[in-house]
Design a protein around this ligand. Structure first.
Ligand code: GLN
Length: 493
């Protein structure tokens, strides 16, 4: 029997085939498993997936087929295989955050985002590789080795959600989940040439997402098209009684809004898009700048008015992020002490057991963050670092409130300052931190932002970023959908 190739099919098209009875969930799952095998094969295996259980996925597919009956009605993602970052709790597959300290850990409950996707018929086929505890920008900080970029095997996928981005780019799944604290969905999406969405803080429940920095963390979606990424976001968004920081703000249908404009020649008519000059520094890669300019011209041709704006505190985002995020991480990661989860070192005395478990269980970047975070929170330094950083964070947030308060609907910027770099080429942690220079701002401010492919430089994908105001996802998707359609094949050239 030949296994069909769904590797370029959208989630919506695949779900329609399955719901219509033309493809069975089992066929879709088997196609995905075959693709995953191909991607893992050989010396140059992509190393995108950490944990799989093909029998479990097939059982889920069979259960769905039974539940669907003859009339279809399998849900908006009927039988669609999905991949999930390894810091999002799933039943039946481990949740290890790509860390040795959680080796073998299987969560007794699942994340709300997963429940919602499964209720729409999605089938989890794998947990994906990532930087340990989501700390990193390349997926090189995984305890299980770096993921490789499907576009160029010598290069990183970006991170920290690199395995999920790579799995979508390689055609293993049409949709995947990642998480964002400072750019971990948008940056790998840009590096792998796909779409990545970070919602407004509070838009998606964090229940079941292993906490890194709780005031910044959000689950995000990956797909090969804006429409699929928006659909998955629409499904996982919304209030959840299990997460007190999730918002009651109405979700509505993101898709209805842009689909209703799909045949309009000027789908962005009446919109104003701001271009912040701080995101186009003089030393920005010329190729990336040129592609952004092409996108800006395209936005104008779609009816948008484009104006220059300023976000004056942008340059402070990295220093602020690298105080706030490690501070929260040092507190959140205190729970991994060998008592309740994962591995436990063999020392007889309790204190020694804590120390040994943590020294052996955490990798070097996680250790660095815990030390940094503990330092900035310690008596005597708290005011000088943490409190100051929080004050500057308010200024960064105010920058966004100011531009969106002045009638700007969305902002357009590059997603990253570079294209995917070679594995092993960035050894200075500070240089790695600078990968997030255009993305960390929106996490600090809590505004929604996404990346979509806008072209290639020397064969490597470049992402364009669209940022909207708090709970402005519908506006963000409207701009992205129109730009994607207008760029067409050029987005991948
Ligand atoms: N690269 C950033 C960091 O290392 C962001 C990570 C993330 O968004 N999870 O912290």
């Amino acid at each position: 029997m030949t296994i069909p190739d769904f590797s370029r099919l959208s989630a919506t098209a695949l779900a329609a085939k399955i719901d219509g009875g033309n493809v069975s969930p089992l066929e879709a799952v088997d196609a995905s498993i075959a693709r995953a095998k191909e991607a893992a094969a050989g010396r140059d295996g992509l190393n995108l997936l950490l944990w799989t259980d093909n029998d479990l996925a097939r059982r889920d597919a069979a259960a769905l087929t039974e539940g669907m009956g003859k009339a279809g009605n399998g849900g908006r993602l009927a039988g669609v295989p999905i991949a999930v970052k390894d810091n999002i709790a799933t039943l039946g597959l481990p949740t290890t955050c790509a860390s040795k300290i959680l080796a073998g850990y299987v969560s007794p409950y699942e994340a709300t985002a997963i429940t919602r996707l499964r209720e729409e018929g999605a089938i989890v086929i794998a947990k994906t590789n990532m930087d340990e505890f989501a700390m990193g920008s390349s997926t090189e900080n995984s305890a299980y080795g770096p993921a490789r970029n499907p576009i160029d095997l010598r290069r990183v996928t970006g991170g920290s959600s690199g395995g999920s981005a790579g799995a979508v780019a390689a055609g293993i799944v049409p949709v995947a989940l990642g998480s964002e604290t400072g750019g971990s969905v948008r940056q790998p999406a840009a590096f792998c040439g796909i779409v990545g969405v970070k919602p407004t803080y509070g838009r998606v429940s964090r229940f079941g997402l292993v906490a890194f920095a709780s005031s910044l963390d959000q689950i995000g979606t990956f797909a090969r098209s804006v429409d699929d990424a928006a659909l998955a976001m629409e499904i996982i968004a919304g209030l959840d009684p299990k997460d007190s920081t999730s918002s009651a703000h109405e979700v509505g249908s993101y898709r209805d809004q842009y689909l209703s404009l799909a045949s309009s020649p000027m789908p962005l008519d009446g919109m104003t898009i701001g271009v912040p000059k701080e995101y186009f520094p003089e030393n920005l890669d010329q190729g990336i700048r040129a592609l952004c300019e092409r996108s800006i011209d395209t936005l104008k041709s779609l009816g948008a008015k484009v104006i220059d704006v300023e976000l004056p505190h942008t340059s402070l985002a990295i220093p602020v992020y690298y105080i706030v995020a490690p501070a929260e991480a040092s507190s959140n990661l205190a729970r991994f002490d060998g008592v309740r989860y994962g591995m436990r070192a063999e020392s007889a005395a309790l204190r020694d057991m804590y120390a040994e478990t943590r020294s052996k269980g955490f990798g070097p970047e996680v250790t660095r963050r815990i030390l940094l975070g503990t330092y900035v929170l310690s008596a005597g330094y708290y005011d000088a670092y943490y409190k100051k950083a929080q004050a500057v964070r308010s200024l960064i947030t105010q920058d966004f409130r100011d531009v969106f308060g002045r009638g700007i609907d969305a902002l357009f910027t590059p997603t990253t300052p570079t294209t995917a770099f070679a594995i092993g080429s960035v050894s200075d942690p500070y240089e790695m931190y600078l990968s997030d220079i255009f993305t960390a701002t929106s996490n600090l401010a809590g505004v929604p932002a996404m990346s979509l492919p806008i072209g290639r430089v020397a064969g490597l994908p470049v992402g364009g970023q669209i940022i909207a105001s708090h709970f402005g996802e519908a506006t963000m998707f409207r701009v992205a959908y129109a730009l994607e359609a207008a760029l067409g094949g050029e987005a991948h050239q």
